[in-house]
Design a protein around this ligand. Structure first.
Ligand code: MCA
Ligand code: AMP
Length: 499
Protein backbone atom coordinates (compact mmCIF):
# COMPACT_ATOMS: atom_id res chain seq x y z
CA UNK A 1 0.00 0.00 0.00
CA UNK A 2 1.35 3.41 -0.86
CA UNK A 3 1.64 6.05 1.78
CA UNK A 4 -1.30 8.51 1.46
CA UNK A 5 0.42 11.05 3.70
CA UNK A 6 0.37 14.38 1.83
CA UNK A 7 3.97 14.89 2.91
CA UNK A 8 4.94 11.71 1.07
CA UNK A 9 3.84 13.41 -2.17
CA UNK A 10 5.48 16.71 -1.27
CA UNK A 11 8.74 15.02 -0.34
CA UNK A 12 9.05 13.48 -3.79
CA UNK A 13 8.69 16.91 -5.31
CA UNK A 14 11.18 18.42 -2.86
CA UNK A 15 13.71 15.70 -3.70
CA UNK A 16 13.26 16.30 -7.42
CA UNK A 17 13.67 20.08 -7.11
CA UNK A 18 16.72 19.80 -4.83
CA UNK A 19 18.81 22.97 -4.70
CA UNK A 20 16.30 25.18 -6.51
CA UNK A 21 14.99 28.10 -4.43
CA UNK A 22 11.67 27.26 -2.76
CA UNK A 23 10.95 30.30 -0.60
CA UNK A 24 12.59 33.66 -0.34
CA UNK A 25 11.54 36.05 2.28
CA UNK A 26 11.57 39.85 2.11
CA UNK A 27 14.11 40.01 4.92
CA UNK A 28 16.63 37.98 2.89
CA UNK A 29 15.98 34.56 4.47
CA UNK A 30 15.65 31.80 1.90
CA UNK A 31 15.16 28.06 1.66
CA UNK A 32 15.73 25.61 -1.16
CA UNK A 33 13.51 22.57 -1.72
CA UNK A 34 16.27 20.53 -0.13
CA UNK A 35 16.04 22.77 2.95
CA UNK A 36 12.29 22.10 3.13
CA UNK A 37 13.04 18.37 3.20
CA UNK A 38 15.68 18.50 5.87
CA UNK A 39 13.70 21.06 7.89
CA UNK A 40 10.56 18.94 7.77
CA UNK A 41 12.57 15.96 9.04
CA UNK A 42 14.10 17.98 11.87
CA UNK A 43 10.72 19.30 12.99
CA UNK A 44 9.12 15.86 12.72
CA UNK A 45 11.86 14.46 14.99
CA UNK A 46 11.47 17.39 17.39
CA UNK A 47 7.74 16.73 17.70
CA UNK A 48 8.38 13.05 18.37
CA UNK A 49 10.99 13.98 20.98
CA UNK A 50 8.32 16.07 22.74
CA UNK A 51 6.03 13.05 22.88
CA UNK A 52 3.86 13.66 19.80
CA UNK A 53 2.67 10.43 18.19
CA UNK A 54 0.83 9.89 14.89
CA UNK A 55 -2.76 11.11 15.23
CA UNK A 56 -1.90 13.53 18.06
CA UNK A 57 -2.93 17.16 17.69
CA UNK A 58 -0.35 19.94 17.67
CA UNK A 59 -1.82 23.36 18.44
CA UNK A 60 0.06 26.17 16.73
CA UNK A 61 -0.46 29.89 17.30
CA UNK A 62 2.61 31.62 15.91
CA UNK A 63 3.49 34.56 13.68
CA UNK A 64 4.21 33.84 10.06
CA UNK A 65 7.81 32.64 9.61
CA UNK A 66 9.76 30.15 7.54
CA UNK A 67 10.14 28.01 10.67
CA UNK A 68 6.34 27.90 10.96
CA UNK A 69 6.28 26.41 7.45
CA UNK A 70 8.76 23.73 8.51
CA UNK A 71 6.62 23.02 11.55
CA UNK A 72 3.59 22.51 9.30
CA UNK A 73 5.57 20.13 7.07
CA UNK A 74 7.09 18.37 10.09
CA UNK A 75 3.63 17.79 11.53
CA UNK A 76 2.48 16.17 8.30
CA UNK A 77 5.63 14.06 8.09
CA UNK A 78 5.21 12.90 11.68
CA UNK A 79 1.61 11.92 11.01
CA UNK A 80 0.41 14.47 13.56
CA UNK A 81 -2.66 16.66 13.19
CA UNK A 82 -1.84 20.32 12.60
CA UNK A 83 -4.18 22.70 14.43
CA UNK A 84 -3.35 26.28 13.43
CA UNK A 85 -4.91 29.20 15.29
CA UNK A 86 -5.35 32.81 14.25
CA UNK A 87 -2.74 34.93 16.05
CA UNK A 88 -5.52 37.39 16.90
CA UNK A 89 -7.28 34.88 19.16
CA UNK A 90 -7.25 35.84 22.82
CA UNK A 91 -6.25 33.56 25.66
CA UNK A 92 -9.85 32.71 26.50
CA UNK A 93 -10.54 31.76 22.88
CA UNK A 94 -7.41 29.59 22.80
CA UNK A 95 -8.39 27.93 26.05
CA UNK A 96 -11.52 26.61 24.36
CA UNK A 97 -9.63 25.29 21.32
CA UNK A 98 -7.03 23.53 23.45
CA UNK A 99 -9.69 22.03 25.72
CA UNK A 100 -11.57 20.73 22.70
CA UNK A 101 -8.68 19.49 20.55
CA UNK A 102 -6.66 18.02 23.45
CA UNK A 103 -3.29 18.52 21.79
CA UNK A 104 -0.10 16.90 23.03
CA UNK A 105 1.81 20.14 22.60
CA UNK A 106 1.20 23.84 22.04
CA UNK A 107 3.54 25.96 19.94
CA UNK A 108 3.12 29.67 20.63
CA UNK A 109 4.86 33.01 20.61
CA UNK A 110 7.37 33.40 23.46
CA UNK A 111 5.27 36.27 24.83
CA UNK A 112 2.39 33.88 25.44
CA UNK A 113 4.41 30.95 26.75
CA UNK A 114 3.78 31.56 30.42
CA UNK A 115 0.05 32.02 30.08
CA UNK A 116 -0.27 29.00 27.81
CA UNK A 117 1.77 26.83 30.14
CA UNK A 118 -0.84 27.43 32.83
CA UNK A 119 -3.61 26.87 30.30
CA UNK A 120 -1.91 23.69 29.02
CA UNK A 121 -1.59 22.26 32.52
CA UNK A 122 -5.34 22.42 32.85
CA UNK A 123 -5.74 20.37 29.68
CA UNK A 124 -3.00 17.76 30.16
CA UNK A 125 -0.76 19.23 27.47
CA UNK A 126 2.71 17.62 27.58
CA UNK A 127 4.74 20.65 26.56
CA UNK A 128 4.44 24.28 25.53
CA UNK A 129 7.24 25.37 23.21
CA UNK A 130 7.76 28.58 21.29
CA UNK A 131 8.62 30.17 17.96
CA UNK A 132 8.85 33.94 17.51
CA UNK A 133 8.15 36.04 14.43
CA UNK A 134 11.69 35.43 13.16
CA UNK A 135 11.32 31.68 13.54
CA UNK A 136 13.56 31.55 16.61
CA UNK A 137 12.61 29.88 19.85
CA UNK A 138 12.74 26.74 21.93
CA UNK A 139 11.16 24.58 19.23
CA UNK A 140 13.58 25.87 16.56
CA UNK A 141 16.48 25.15 18.94
CA UNK A 142 15.29 21.62 19.52
CA UNK A 143 14.73 21.03 15.79
CA UNK A 144 18.23 22.27 14.99
CA UNK A 145 19.69 19.45 17.08
CA UNK A 146 17.72 16.75 15.25
CA UNK A 147 18.55 14.45 12.34
CA UNK A 148 17.84 15.88 8.91
CA UNK A 149 16.59 12.59 7.54
CA UNK A 150 13.73 10.36 8.49
CA UNK A 151 10.84 8.25 7.32
CA UNK A 152 7.48 9.83 6.58
CA UNK A 153 4.88 8.24 8.86
CA UNK A 154 2.45 6.11 6.87
CA UNK A 155 -1.06 7.54 6.76
CA UNK A 156 -4.23 6.35 5.08
CA UNK A 157 -6.23 8.70 2.85
CA UNK A 158 -8.85 9.25 5.54
CA UNK A 159 -6.41 9.92 8.37
CA UNK A 160 -6.37 13.46 9.71
CA UNK A 161 -3.83 16.00 8.52
CA UNK A 162 -5.43 19.06 10.05
CA UNK A 163 -8.01 20.23 12.55
CA UNK A 164 -9.26 23.69 11.60
CA UNK A 165 -11.83 25.44 13.74
CA UNK A 166 -14.78 27.24 12.24
CA UNK A 167 -17.46 28.83 14.33
CA UNK A 168 -21.04 27.77 14.09
CA UNK A 169 -24.13 29.94 14.04
CA UNK A 170 -25.08 28.36 17.33
CA UNK A 171 -22.83 27.22 20.13
CA UNK A 172 -19.06 27.02 20.13
CA UNK A 173 -16.54 26.56 17.35
CA UNK A 174 -16.30 23.21 15.65
CA UNK A 175 -13.08 21.51 14.58
CA UNK A 176 -13.23 20.52 10.91
CA UNK A 177 -11.34 17.24 10.44
CA UNK A 178 -9.29 17.57 7.26
CA UNK A 179 -7.80 14.41 5.80
CA UNK A 180 -4.74 13.73 3.70
CA UNK A 181 -6.99 12.84 0.76
CA UNK A 182 -8.86 16.15 1.11
CA UNK A 183 -5.60 18.05 0.80
CA UNK A 184 -3.90 16.07 -1.93
CA UNK A 185 -6.99 15.87 -4.17
CA UNK A 186 -7.61 19.61 -3.84
CA UNK A 187 -3.98 20.58 -4.45
CA UNK A 188 -3.73 18.35 -7.52
CA UNK A 189 -6.95 19.74 -9.01
CA UNK A 190 -5.95 23.36 -8.42
CA UNK A 191 -2.48 22.93 -9.90
CA UNK A 192 -4.02 21.61 -13.07
CA UNK A 193 -6.85 24.13 -13.18
CA UNK A 194 -4.66 27.15 -12.55
CA UNK A 195 -1.73 25.72 -14.57
CA UNK A 196 0.77 26.14 -11.76
CA UNK A 197 4.26 24.94 -12.68
CA UNK A 198 7.85 25.15 -11.47
CA UNK A 199 8.16 28.30 -13.59
CA UNK A 200 5.75 30.14 -11.32
CA UNK A 201 6.69 32.58 -8.58
CA UNK A 202 3.89 32.87 -6.02
CA UNK A 203 3.52 36.05 -4.04
CA UNK A 204 2.46 34.85 -0.57
CA UNK A 205 1.06 37.54 1.75
CA UNK A 206 -1.80 35.62 3.38
CA UNK A 207 -1.73 34.34 6.92
CA UNK A 208 -0.95 30.62 7.23
CA UNK A 209 -3.44 29.79 9.96
CA UNK A 210 -6.41 29.46 7.56
CA UNK A 211 -7.12 27.26 4.56
CA UNK A 212 -6.40 29.95 1.97
CA UNK A 213 -2.79 30.81 2.88
CA UNK A 214 -1.98 27.38 4.31
CA UNK A 215 -3.48 24.75 2.06
CA UNK A 216 -4.48 26.53 -1.13
CA UNK A 217 -1.30 28.57 -1.46
CA UNK A 218 1.40 26.44 0.16
CA UNK A 219 0.28 23.00 -0.97
CA UNK A 220 -0.13 24.02 -4.62
CA UNK A 221 3.22 25.82 -4.71
CA UNK A 222 5.07 22.99 -2.97
CA UNK A 223 3.50 20.26 -5.04
CA UNK A 224 4.20 22.01 -8.34
CA UNK A 225 7.73 23.13 -7.47
CA UNK A 226 6.83 26.82 -7.78
CA UNK A 227 8.92 29.38 -5.93
CA UNK A 228 7.37 31.51 -3.20
CA UNK A 229 8.07 35.15 -2.31
CA UNK A 230 7.23 35.34 1.36
CA UNK A 231 5.67 38.33 3.19
CA UNK A 232 4.90 38.20 6.87
CA UNK A 233 1.75 40.22 6.24
CA UNK A 234 -0.05 42.09 3.50
CA UNK A 235 1.25 45.61 3.00
CA UNK A 236 0.21 46.98 -0.40
CA UNK A 237 3.32 49.10 -1.00
CA UNK A 238 5.69 46.27 -0.04
CA UNK A 239 3.79 43.74 -2.13
CA UNK A 240 3.86 46.08 -5.15
CA UNK A 241 7.63 46.42 -4.88
CA UNK A 242 7.97 42.62 -5.32
CA UNK A 243 5.21 42.22 -7.86
CA UNK A 244 7.51 42.64 -10.89
CA UNK A 245 9.26 39.36 -10.05
CA UNK A 246 6.08 37.34 -9.39
CA UNK A 247 3.82 35.40 -11.75
CA UNK A 248 1.02 34.36 -9.41
CA UNK A 249 -0.82 35.85 -6.45
CA UNK A 250 -3.62 34.62 -4.19
CA UNK A 251 -5.53 37.02 -2.01
CA UNK A 252 -8.76 38.03 -0.33
CA UNK A 253 -10.74 40.86 -1.97
CA UNK A 254 -9.29 43.39 0.51
CA UNK A 255 -5.83 42.74 -1.03
CA UNK A 256 -7.14 43.74 -4.44
CA UNK A 257 -9.01 46.84 -3.29
CA UNK A 258 -5.90 47.95 -1.37
CA UNK A 259 -3.71 47.41 -4.46
CA UNK A 260 -6.14 49.49 -6.51
CA UNK A 261 -6.02 52.17 -3.83
CA UNK A 262 -2.25 52.52 -4.28
CA UNK A 263 -1.05 54.79 -7.09
CA UNK A 264 2.16 52.82 -7.70
CA UNK A 265 0.09 49.78 -8.69
CA UNK A 266 0.16 49.92 -12.49
CA UNK A 267 0.09 47.71 -15.56
CA UNK A 268 3.91 47.84 -15.57
CA UNK A 269 4.23 46.39 -12.07
CA UNK A 270 2.21 43.39 -13.30
CA UNK A 271 4.30 42.82 -16.42
CA UNK A 272 5.44 39.33 -15.39
CA UNK A 273 2.19 38.34 -13.67
CA UNK A 274 0.28 35.42 -15.10
CA UNK A 275 -2.64 35.07 -12.70
CA UNK A 276 -4.38 36.88 -9.82
CA UNK A 277 -6.72 34.69 -7.77
CA UNK A 278 -9.33 35.93 -5.27
CA UNK A 279 -11.38 34.08 -2.68
CA UNK A 280 -12.58 33.74 0.93
CA UNK A 281 -15.14 36.52 0.47
CA UNK A 282 -17.13 37.96 -2.42
CA UNK A 283 -15.16 40.05 -4.89
CA UNK A 284 -17.24 43.05 -5.93
CA UNK A 285 -17.90 43.21 -9.66
CA UNK A 286 -16.64 46.80 -9.61
CA UNK A 287 -13.29 45.66 -8.16
CA UNK A 288 -13.02 43.08 -10.94
CA UNK A 289 -13.76 45.70 -13.60
CA UNK A 290 -11.47 48.35 -12.14
CA UNK A 291 -8.67 45.80 -11.78
CA UNK A 292 -8.85 44.73 -15.38
CA UNK A 293 -8.96 48.33 -16.58
CA UNK A 294 -5.85 49.14 -14.52
CA UNK A 295 -3.78 46.02 -15.21
CA UNK A 296 -5.27 44.15 -18.15
CA UNK A 297 -5.75 41.11 -15.85
CA UNK A 298 -9.13 39.50 -15.14
CA UNK A 299 -9.01 38.36 -11.50
CA UNK A 300 -9.89 34.68 -11.26
CA UNK A 301 -12.44 34.25 -8.47
CA UNK A 302 -12.90 30.91 -6.77
CA UNK A 303 -15.02 29.65 -3.88
CA UNK A 304 -14.25 27.43 -0.93
CA UNK A 305 -14.77 26.68 2.72
CA UNK A 306 -12.68 25.33 5.56
CA UNK A 307 -14.79 22.17 5.59
CA UNK A 308 -14.45 21.56 1.87
CA UNK A 309 -11.29 23.22 0.64
CA UNK A 310 -11.88 24.65 -2.80
CA UNK A 311 -15.27 23.89 -4.36
CA UNK A 312 -15.49 25.96 -7.54
CA UNK A 313 -13.33 28.17 -9.69
CA UNK A 314 -13.60 30.42 -12.68
CA UNK A 315 -11.77 28.91 -15.65
CA UNK A 316 -8.17 29.65 -16.55
CA UNK A 317 -9.12 29.78 -20.19
CA UNK A 318 -12.56 31.10 -21.02
CA UNK A 319 -14.61 33.83 -19.41
CA UNK A 320 -13.87 34.79 -15.82
CA UNK A 321 -17.23 36.32 -15.09
CA UNK A 322 -17.40 38.97 -12.37
CA UNK A 323 -19.88 38.09 -9.65
CA UNK A 324 -19.57 34.35 -10.26
CA UNK A 325 -17.28 31.71 -8.82
CA UNK A 326 -17.14 29.58 -11.94
CA UNK A 327 -17.55 25.83 -12.16
CA UNK A 328 -17.32 22.95 -9.69
CA UNK A 329 -13.79 21.53 -9.54
CA UNK A 330 -13.24 18.22 -11.38
CA UNK A 331 -14.56 15.36 -9.25
CA UNK A 332 -16.57 17.76 -7.08
CA UNK A 333 -20.34 17.77 -7.31
CA UNK A 334 -22.26 20.94 -6.43
CA UNK A 335 -26.04 21.09 -6.42
CA UNK A 336 -29.02 23.08 -5.25
CA UNK A 337 -32.12 21.24 -4.11
CA UNK A 338 -35.53 22.86 -3.97
CA UNK A 339 -35.27 25.64 -6.54
CA UNK A 340 -32.97 28.54 -7.38
CA UNK A 341 -31.50 30.45 -5.73
CA UNK A 342 -30.92 27.90 -3.01
CA UNK A 343 -28.39 26.55 -0.55
CA UNK A 344 -25.37 24.99 -2.24
CA UNK A 345 -24.56 21.41 -1.33
CA UNK A 346 -21.29 19.72 -2.14
CA UNK A 347 -19.84 16.24 -2.36
CA UNK A 348 -16.39 15.05 -3.38
CA UNK A 349 -12.91 14.03 -2.24
CA UNK A 350 -12.42 17.60 -0.96
CA UNK A 351 -15.18 17.34 1.65
CA UNK A 352 -13.99 16.96 5.23
CA UNK A 353 -14.51 13.95 7.45
CA UNK A 354 -16.78 15.67 9.97
CA UNK A 355 -16.60 17.86 13.05
CA UNK A 356 -14.21 16.76 15.76
CA UNK A 357 -16.07 14.78 18.41
CA UNK A 358 -19.43 16.14 17.25
CA UNK A 359 -21.18 13.30 15.42
CA UNK A 360 -24.60 14.90 15.88
CA UNK A 361 -23.50 18.28 14.51
CA UNK A 362 -21.81 16.50 11.63
CA UNK A 363 -25.02 14.66 10.79
CA UNK A 364 -27.01 17.90 10.80
CA UNK A 365 -24.71 19.47 8.24
CA UNK A 366 -24.97 16.64 5.72
CA UNK A 367 -27.96 15.52 3.64
CA UNK A 368 -29.15 11.91 3.75
CA UNK A 369 -27.14 11.21 0.59
CA UNK A 370 -23.95 12.66 2.05
CA UNK A 371 -23.79 16.13 0.52
CA UNK A 372 -22.33 18.78 2.80
CA UNK A 373 -24.69 21.74 3.29
CA UNK A 374 -22.59 24.87 2.81
CA UNK A 375 -25.05 27.47 4.11
CA UNK A 376 -24.19 29.62 1.09
CA UNK A 377 -27.05 30.61 -1.16
CA UNK A 378 -26.33 30.49 -4.86
CA UNK A 379 -27.49 29.84 -8.37
CA UNK A 380 -26.18 27.38 -10.96
CA UNK A 381 -26.88 28.07 -14.64
CA UNK A 382 -27.32 25.51 -17.44
CA UNK A 383 -23.60 25.45 -18.12
CA UNK A 384 -22.88 24.77 -14.46
CA UNK A 385 -21.59 28.24 -13.62
CA UNK A 386 -22.13 29.05 -9.96
CA UNK A 387 -22.86 32.44 -8.41
CA UNK A 388 -23.05 33.08 -4.67
CA UNK A 389 -25.94 35.43 -3.98
CA UNK A 390 -26.22 35.31 -0.21
CA UNK A 391 -25.88 33.29 2.97
CA UNK A 392 -28.41 31.17 4.82
CA UNK A 393 -26.08 31.31 7.83
CA UNK A 394 -25.68 34.29 10.13
CA UNK A 395 -22.07 35.01 9.24
CA UNK A 396 -20.04 38.15 8.57
CA UNK A 397 -16.86 38.00 6.48
CA UNK A 398 -14.59 40.91 7.29
CA UNK A 399 -11.39 41.19 5.28
CA UNK A 400 -11.58 37.43 4.71
CA UNK A 401 -11.97 36.58 8.40
CA UNK A 402 -15.22 35.02 9.58
CA UNK A 403 -17.17 36.59 12.40
CA UNK A 404 -20.13 34.77 13.91
CA UNK A 405 -22.53 37.40 15.29
CA UNK A 406 -23.81 35.11 18.04
CA UNK A 407 -20.39 34.90 19.66
CA UNK A 408 -20.06 38.70 19.75
CA UNK A 409 -23.66 39.19 20.90
CA UNK A 410 -23.09 36.89 23.87
CA UNK A 411 -20.14 39.00 25.00
CA UNK A 412 -22.09 42.25 24.58
CA UNK A 413 -25.17 40.90 26.35
CA UNK A 414 -23.04 40.18 29.41
CA UNK A 415 -22.44 43.93 29.84
CA UNK A 416 -24.57 45.55 32.53
CA UNK A 417 -26.91 48.04 30.92
CA UNK A 418 -27.33 46.14 27.66
CA UNK A 419 -30.74 44.59 27.23
CA UNK A 420 -30.15 43.01 23.86
CA UNK A 421 -27.68 43.22 20.99
CA UNK A 422 -27.66 42.44 17.30
CA UNK A 423 -24.33 42.18 15.52
CA UNK A 424 -24.37 42.68 11.75
CA UNK A 425 -22.03 43.20 8.81
CA UNK A 426 -22.49 46.28 6.65
CA UNK A 427 -20.56 47.46 3.58
CA UNK A 428 -17.03 48.51 4.52
CA UNK A 429 -14.70 50.12 1.96
CA UNK A 430 -11.64 48.14 3.07
CA UNK A 431 -12.90 44.91 4.65
CA UNK A 432 -15.91 44.30 2.36
CA UNK A 433 -18.10 43.90 5.40
CA UNK A 434 -17.48 45.73 8.64
CA UNK A 435 -18.81 44.56 12.00
CA UNK A 436 -21.19 46.81 13.91
CA UNK A 437 -23.50 46.21 16.86
CA UNK A 438 -26.95 47.61 17.43
CA UNK A 439 -28.00 47.45 21.09
CA UNK A 440 -30.92 48.34 23.33
CA UNK A 441 -30.44 49.46 26.93
CA UNK A 442 -32.04 48.37 30.15
CA UNK A 443 -30.09 50.87 32.22
CA UNK A 444 -27.24 53.34 31.92
CA UNK A 445 -24.72 52.23 29.30
CA UNK A 446 -20.95 52.72 29.42
CA UNK A 447 -19.54 54.93 26.63
CA UNK A 448 -19.07 53.24 23.23
CA UNK A 449 -15.28 53.04 23.63
CA UNK A 450 -15.67 51.18 26.92
CA UNK A 451 -18.10 48.67 25.46
CA UNK A 452 -15.69 48.10 22.56
CA UNK A 453 -12.80 47.61 25.00
CA UNK A 454 -14.86 45.05 26.91
CA UNK A 455 -15.35 42.96 23.75
CA UNK A 456 -11.67 43.36 22.77
CA UNK A 457 -10.59 41.83 26.05
CA UNK A 458 -12.48 38.65 25.23
CA UNK A 459 -12.44 38.27 21.45
CA UNK A 460 -9.99 38.62 18.57
CA UNK A 461 -9.78 42.23 17.30
CA UNK A 462 -11.29 41.48 13.91
CA UNK A 463 -14.51 40.32 15.63
CA UNK A 464 -14.89 43.48 17.67
CA UNK A 465 -17.65 45.86 16.47
CA UNK A 466 -16.08 48.97 15.03
CA UNK A 467 -19.23 50.92 16.01
CA UNK A 468 -21.98 50.34 18.56
CA UNK A 469 -25.32 52.03 17.91
CA UNK A 470 -27.81 52.38 20.75
CA UNK A 471 -31.45 52.26 19.63
CA UNK A 472 -34.83 52.27 21.37
CA UNK A 473 -35.94 49.01 19.87
CA UNK A 474 -34.75 46.27 17.47
CA UNK A 475 -36.96 45.51 14.44
CA UNK A 476 -38.71 42.14 14.74
CA UNK A 477 -40.80 39.92 12.53
CA UNK A 478 -44.16 38.41 13.48
CA UNK A 479 -42.35 35.55 15.26
CA UNK A 480 -40.47 38.03 17.43
CA UNK A 481 -37.14 37.31 15.71
CA UNK A 482 -34.76 40.24 15.17
CA UNK A 483 -34.77 41.22 11.50
CA UNK A 484 -31.12 41.48 10.64
CA UNK A 485 -31.77 42.22 6.98
CA UNK A 486 -33.78 45.28 8.02
CA UNK A 487 -30.99 46.33 10.41
CA UNK A 488 -28.40 45.96 7.66
CA UNK A 489 -30.53 48.26 5.48
CA UNK A 490 -30.89 50.85 8.22
CA UNK A 491 -27.18 50.93 8.97
CA UNK A 492 -25.89 50.40 5.42
CA UNK A 493 -24.08 53.73 5.51
CA UNK A 494 -22.28 53.20 8.82
CA UNK A 495 -18.86 53.16 7.12
CA UNK A 496 -19.61 55.55 4.28
CA UNK A 497 -17.43 58.63 4.35
CA UNK A 498 -19.55 61.74 4.88
CA UNK A 499 -20.11 63.50 1.54
C1 MCA B 1 -7.30 43.50 10.80
N1 MCA B 1 -8.28 44.19 11.43
C2 MCA B 1 -9.44 43.79 10.96
C3 MCA B 1 -9.15 42.80 10.01
N2 MCA B 1 -7.82 42.64 9.94
N3 MCA B 1 -10.70 44.17 11.25
C4 MCA B 1 -11.68 43.57 10.61
N4 MCA B 1 -11.47 42.61 9.68
C5 MCA B 1 -10.23 42.21 9.37
N5 MCA B 1 -10.01 41.25 8.48
C6 MCA B 1 -8.18 45.26 12.42
C7 MCA B 1 -7.01 45.16 13.34
O1 MCA B 1 -7.34 44.44 14.49
C8 MCA B 1 -6.75 46.62 13.63
O2 MCA B 1 -7.71 47.07 14.54
C9 MCA B 1 -7.05 47.30 12.32
O3 MCA B 1 -8.01 46.44 11.69
C10 MCA B 1 -5.86 47.47 11.42
O4 MCA B 1 -5.10 46.31 11.48
P1 MCA B 1 -3.90 45.98 10.55
O5 MCA B 1 -3.01 45.11 11.31
O6 MCA B 1 -3.30 47.17 9.92
O7 MCA B 1 -4.62 45.16 9.41
P2 MCA B 1 -3.90 44.36 8.36
O8 MCA B 1 -2.72 43.64 8.89
O9 MCA B 1 -3.65 45.25 7.21
O10 MCA B 1 -4.97 43.21 8.04
C11 MCA B 1 -5.93 43.31 7.07
C12 MCA B 1 -5.84 42.08 6.17
C13 MCA B 1 -5.98 40.83 7.06
C14 MCA B 1 -4.52 42.06 5.45
C15 MCA B 1 -6.96 42.15 5.15
O11 MCA B 1 -7.21 40.88 7.73
C16 MCA B 1 -5.82 39.56 6.32
O12 MCA B 1 -4.71 39.10 6.05
N6 MCA B 1 -6.92 38.90 5.92
C17 MCA B 1 -6.86 37.61 5.25
C18 MCA B 1 -7.80 36.65 5.88
C19 MCA B 1 -7.66 35.24 5.31
O13 MCA B 1 -6.56 34.75 5.04
N7 MCA B 1 -8.77 34.54 5.14
C20 MCA B 1 -8.81 33.21 4.59
C21 MCA B 1 -9.75 32.34 5.37
P3 MCA B 1 -7.31 47.81 15.87
O14 MCA B 1 -6.53 49.01 15.41
O15 MCA B 1 -8.61 48.12 16.48
O16 MCA B 1 -6.48 46.80 16.61
S1 MCA B 1 -9.89 30.74 4.58
C22 MCA B 1 -11.43 30.82 3.89
O17 MCA B 1 -12.15 31.75 4.11
C23 MCA B 1 -11.91 29.82 2.87
C24 MCA B 1 -11.40 28.45 3.01
C25 MCA B 1 -11.56 30.33 1.48
O18 MCA B 1 -12.43 30.26 0.60
O19 MCA B 1 -10.42 30.77 1.31
P1 AMP C 1 -14.44 29.73 6.12
O1 AMP C 1 -15.39 29.24 7.11
O2 AMP C 1 -13.45 30.70 6.60
O3 AMP C 1 -13.83 28.61 5.41
O4 AMP C 1 -15.29 30.58 5.10
C1 AMP C 1 -16.01 29.97 4.09
C2 AMP C 1 -17.04 30.93 3.56
O5 AMP C 1 -16.42 32.00 2.87
C3 AMP C 1 -17.96 30.29 2.55
O6 AMP C 1 -18.96 29.51 3.14
C4 AMP C 1 -18.48 31.50 1.82
O7 AMP C 1 -19.54 32.08 2.55
C5 AMP C 1 -17.29 32.44 1.85
N1 AMP C 1 -16.58 32.49 0.57
C6 AMP C 1 -15.42 31.91 0.21
N2 AMP C 1 -15.09 32.24 -1.05
C7 AMP C 1 -16.07 33.04 -1.51
C8 AMP C 1 -16.33 33.73 -2.75
N3 AMP C 1 -15.48 33.67 -3.75
N4 AMP C 1 -17.46 34.45 -2.84
C9 AMP C 1 -18.33 34.54 -1.81
N5 AMP C 1 -18.15 33.94 -0.64
C10 AMP C 1 -17.03 33.20 -0.48
Amino acid sequence: MTNANLYFLLDQRFAAEGARPAIRSRDGAAMTFHDLRTGAARYAHALAALGVEPGDRVTVQVEKSLAAVLLYLGCLKAGAVFQPLNTAYTESEVDYFVGDAEPKIIVCDPARQQAYRALGDGHKVLAVVNLDQHGQGSLADLASRMDEQGETVARGPDDLAGLLYTSGTTGRSKGAMITHRNLSSNAESLIELWRITEDDVLLHALPIFHVHGLYVALNTAFLSGAEIIWFDRFDAAVVISSLPSATLMMGVPTFYTRLLGTASFTRDTCARMRLFISGSAPLLAETHTEFSARTGHAILERYGMTETGMIASNPYQGARVAGTVGFALPGVDVRITGGQPGVLEVKGPNVFKGYWRMPEKTKEEFTADQYFITGDVGTIDEEGRIAIVGRAKDLIISGGFNVYPKEVEEVLDALPGILESAVIGVPHPDFGEGVIAVVTAKGPLPPEAEMIAHVSAKLARFKVPKRIHVVEELPRNAMGKVQKAELRKRHADAFKAPA
